[in-house]
Design a protein around this ligand. Sequence first.
Ligand code: SF4
Length: 234
Amino acid sequence: MSEVQIGGMVPFTTIDFPGRLSAVLFLCGCPVRCKYCSNPHLLDIADGEYDPEKTFEWIRSRVGRLEAIVFSGGEALMQGDALIEYMRRVKELGFNICLHTNGFYPETLMRASDIVDWIGLDYKATCEKYPDLTGQNIAFDHMIKSLDAWVLTGRGLEVRTTCDPRFVTKSDLLEIARDCAGRGVKNFAVQKYIPHFEDAAHPETDAAAREQFFNDDALRAEIDAMFDTVTWRG
Ligand code: SF4
């Protein structure tokens, strides 16, 4: 596949690259199958709905109006060199480049490290629970390789954990936070699980279960003390 495949777009946001006026492109394809995925229509590499060159011209029209372009997915790095070349062209227009990634492609991430200014990296669960959540035995090891390699670059990084009560307990969250702090992460985010339509079948994800991470003052204080910044994203 030689052209980048774009499956979705948000023309304006201030939350996907925190504090920056951005647009988000959602790239097609993902190598894992998280049980809580909110973008199932993007999981297969297929022809994107958005023409890459028309999208590029739209991005060019945003020069001076937006600060950054966010590449999300799916898993954008699955598109390898096509993505890297596209990001390079967007950066040459003067935009900051942000990448949301599950960390599955550490080598591709490092090849893009001179282009990408900031990443939001998913640390989804403890090592033991990763295969059940993602359907992939190697996803945790790849994510850790990406994390360790990116920390060494000194470039912008937020590690985020989405607290789906089926896969993350409060004790898991502390274990993840401690591991991140030990690896040199400075910015951590705890994300509230947003239920999907099929969740009526999962009463263990009810509102009280989702809130438990956010209304435990002792837990919050312990995690807050580990990092320069902690975002409690509810
Ligand atoms: S990594 Fe993201 S896009 Fe891929 S399956 Fe998981 S939630 Fe969905």
